[in-house]
Design a protein around this ligand. Structure first.
Ligand code: GPK
Length: 832
């Protein structure tokens, strides 16, 4: 059998030389050369990292050939380009992915073998760039992969954080954070473009004056100037020659830095200012769906957006084009509101730097941007204190006032004195303190606005963006998220990839709809056997990791029931805990009962300042401690919290899942993408009708999906009628027992206070309706258990489930963005 790793590539012919050749011998020579000439080592003294670097540089040479060809062609042929602006890119390790996309995994494995090296062993230790928090950042990474694979000219712009998402450790059941020093051993995948840099201003004030022609001009005198330097990483498509650019900005002190204080002998303050400059790209904010209204965060956003827009304008003008046509060259996608300041910044650049008049500048700006919303949670909608905003970006505050003045004039006529609506649409919020509403800036400044799953896009129109929808319905679209099958199948699960390809060929890797061809094999007993054997092997491999990392024995024959994602109340990891305790109590009361052995696996990070989320982690571990060591349970149920959930670990977890838990309160999860990766890898979903779960269920069939809980409409209704969690508690003896047990200190060495904050918030508030969904969840889990008893039937369901996941490729999502928002076309790249 072949898999997607083999070199069945359709590359155009090229010269085979030592820096570009894809054959085993050439690769071997390249690795040896790099060890000597790049690392300065010979085999006797080379470390694992030296070898990793030697291979990485060999691969990079091959990427560069395609990258240079792509850039050359884009410049010569002046294609329209997508600029994806995102504060986060959760890329995951590069090496294996690049080998797969180059089509030389097998060859490299062989070359390593002949050199006495184990490629998998080298890949294992690669540090991943964790430049994102969760779904939003990972989506950006999947989209970069699909853009390149679909041969669409694109640049991803972002921040080169020196420290990415923190590393999570668990001590005494609590999350402990450690810094992510991902660059400490160097990064072979990036190229620093020292010559590509821009000055970014902060603070100060704005001078107003009349020029000789009597025109009103604005001169921003900053308090601080920072230099942004480009660091480029090539992003290669799957078995194509297209290699796009991910351009991340690093902040530095400008060259001429604070010469005055230096000359005046104030060396300390000169050094201090240098540190202030470097601080801007120092660290990723570890909050997911919770805003942090800090000055530095606003500075980060403006920093990368200004660098990026100046870069785009530079590219455009260097091609000999006119500034007036900027929107024809670039379409700029805003990944959430984090880069929304771009609307005001492009106005500034067009007017203050390129001398356009307001009307034309606004015309260009509002034809350039499109905005993706990723959440309905009100606490995630970005606002900036107006005073703070003005002190960081005084010129932009003026521009936003003027944008708003013109808009409110328009709205006042359109909405005929509906003051409430007008004030809700205003870019500026009133109250004890005024604030800037970034979502409103994004909506007004964009020609398209989209949600990330069908339900989410509908709810946007009915709730948080209702007024915008009514005023500008033509802007609203849906683009259901997707995930790249290259990383999440070919790379993470080569065994399943091989099995699938052995029956339907490899076409599905680029056209996921072809998975449909697997459907008939659900009736083939031999195929079912092989399918379950792959799953079993992946479970065994994960069990081994769990043993190694946590010293815990888990049985690969048990059901692997998996809940992995950021820890958040709305995602309801604690509902899963209520289920586990319920099951535990059942067994305790009836130790001989016939129970399907289950391993509950959790993983995910909590924002360091999010107390309840951290308490949820502690609860999971505390329950695990009791359950895992109770002789009455005798290993039949196990609870695992796998530390430091990241892309690397996710790649090991998804393929081992029997059950995928997608249990958010309906209406709260915008889409979810872990749901897609798990299902694609053959896990059956237990889920609410939330986010993309709705569409997954439609595709895989309701008979292959374990549905529970209130719908989004029902949630809204229950809340509006005055939800009383206490009633559910007092009327449901099992639920009451579970809550009382947690409160008694049963899981916390008789300390009854540890979880009080959590249980109180459930008993007296329960914003996310755990109690309302509890019984339905328990009943559904009983059905899961019944279904799992019939392994042959389970295999059939699992195969059909995967076979029907074709819609959820990020290739499909990106195709839709290209056709319906960006209006860009594929440009096949040829190597010369
Ligand atoms: C949404 F608003 C945010 C955010 O700040 N971070 C983040 O990861 C997620 N998201 C949603 O929660 C997911 O439902 C969604 O699949 C993902 O963004 C990508 O759209």
């Amino acid at each position: 059998a072949t898999n997607g790793n083999g070199n069945g590539n359709g590359h155009s012919p090229y010269l085979e030389d030592s820096r570009t050749g894809l054959g085993v011998d050439t690769l071997k020579r390249a690795i040896r050369n790099n060890l000597f000439y790049v690392q300065g080592k010979f085999p006797e003294i080379a470390t694992r990292n030296d070898y990793y670097m030697a291979i990485a540089y060999a691969v990079r040479d091959r990427l560069l050939q395609r990258w240079v060809a792509s850039v050359k062609q884009y410049i010569q042929e002046k294609h329209r380009v997508v600029a994806y602006l995102s504060a986060e890119y959760l890329l995951g390790p590069h090496l294996a992915n690049n080998l797969i996309n180059l089509g030389i995994y097998k060859e490299t494995e062989q070359a390593c073998k002949e050199l006495g090296l184990d490629l998998d062993w080298l890949i294992e230790k690669e540090v991943e760039p964790g430049l994102g928090n969760g779904g939003l950042g990972r989506l950006a990474a999947c989209y970069m992969d699909s853009l390149a694979t679909l041969e669409v000219p694109a640049i991803g712009y972002g921040i080169r954080y020196q420290f990415g998402i923190f590393e999570q450790d668990i001590r005494d059941g609590w999350q402990v954070e450690d810094t992510d020093n991902w660059l400490r051993r160097g990064n072979p995948w990036e190229i620093a473009r020292r010559e590509l840099s821009y000055d970014i201003k902060f603070g100060g004030y704005v001078q107003t004056y009349l020029d000789r022609a009597g025109k009103l001009c604005f001169n921003w005198i900053p308090e601080l100037v920072v230099k942004g330097v480009a660091y480029d990483t090539p992003i290669l498509g799957y078995k194509v020659n297209t290699a796009n650019t991910l351009r991340l900005w690093k902040s530095e002190a400008p060259h001429s830095f604070d010469f005055q204080s230096f000359n005046a002998g104030d060396y300390n303050s000169a050094v201090n200012s240098k540190i202030i400059c470097e601080n801007i790209s120092k660290v990723l904010y570890p909050n997911d769906e919770q805003i942090e209204g800090k000055r530095l965060r606003l500075q980060q956003q403006y920093f990368f957006v200004s660098c990026s827009l100046q870069d785009m304008i530079g590219i455009h003008l260097r091609q000999g084009e006119k500034i007036h046509d900027f929107h024809k060259k670039f379409v700029v996608q805003l990944n959430d509101t984090h880069p929304a300041i771009g609307v005001a910044e492009l106005m500034r650049l067009l007017m203050d730097v390129h001398q356009l008049e307001w009307e034309e500048a606004w015309d260009i700006t509002s034809k350039t941007f499109a905005y993706t919303n990723h959440t309905l949670l009100p606490e995630a909608l970005e606002t900036w204190d107006l005073q703070l905003f003005g002190s960081v970006l005084p010129r932009h505050l003026q521009l936003i006032y003027e944008i708003n003045r013109r808009f409110v004039d328009y709205a006042t006529i359109k909405l005929y004195g509906n003051h409430q609506k007008i004030s809700s649409l205003s870019l500026i919020g009133e109250g004890p303190r005024k604030y800037i509403k970034m979502a409103n800036l994004a909506c007004l400044g964009s020609f398209a606005i989209n949600g990330v799953a069908a339900l989410h896009s509908e709810l946007l129109k009915k709730t948080v963006l209702k007024d915008w929808y009514e005023l500008m319905p033509h802007k609203f679209q849906n683009k259901t998220n997707g995930v790249t099958p290259r990383r999440w199948m070919v790379l993470a699960n080569p065994e399943l990839t091989n099995l699938i390809s052995s029956r339907i060929g490899e076409g599905w890797i680029k056209n996921l709809h072809e998975l449909k061809g697997l459907e008939p094999f659900a009736d083939d007993p031999e195929f079912r056997k092989e399918w379950m054997q792959v799953k079993f092997n992946k479970k065994k491999a994960l069990a081994k990791r769990i043993k190694k990392r946590l010293g815990l024995d888990v049985d690969p024959n048990s059901m692997f029931d998996i809940l992995v994602k950021r820890i958040h109340e709305y995602k309801r990891q604690h509902l899963k805990v209520l289920h586990i305790i319920t099951l535990y109590n059942q067994i305790k009361k009836n130790p001989n009962m016939d129970v399907v052995p289950r391993t509950f696996i959790f993983a995910g990070k909590a924002a360091p300042g999010y107390r309840k989320a951290k308490l949820m982690i502690k609860l999971i571990n505390s329950v695990g401690e009791i359950v895992n060591n109770d002789p009455d349970i005798n290993g039949r149920i196990k609870v695992v919290f796998y530390p430091n959930y990241n892309v690397t670990n996710a790649q090991k977890i998804y393929p081992a899942a029997d059950v995928s838990e997608q249990i958010s309160t309906a209406g709260k999860e915008a889409s979810g993408t872990g749901n897609m990766k798990l299902s694609l890898n053959g896990a059956l979903t237990v889920g609410t009708l939330d986010g993309a779960n709705v569409e997954i269920r439609e595709c895989v069939g309701e008979e292959n999906f374990f549905l529970f809980g209130l719908t989004a409409d029902e949630v809204a209704k229950v809340k509006s009628e005055g939800y009383k969690p206490w009633d559910y508690y007092s009327e449901n003896p099992n639920l009451k027992e579970v809550i009382d047990q947690i409160n008694s200190g049963y899981f916390s060495h008789l300390d009854s206070k540890v979880f009080k904050e959590l249980t109180d918030s459930l008993l007296y508030d329960d914003q996310y309706l755990l109690f309302a969904d509890y019984q339905s969840y328990i009943d559904t889990q009983a059905k899961v258990e019944e279904a799992f008893k019939d392994q042959d039937k389970w295999a059939r369901m699992s195969i059909l489930n995967t076979a029907r996941m074709g819609k959820f490729s990020s290739d499909r999502s990106i195709r839709e963005y290209c056709d319906e928002i960006w209006k860009v076309e594929s440009v096949p790249v040829t190597l010369d």
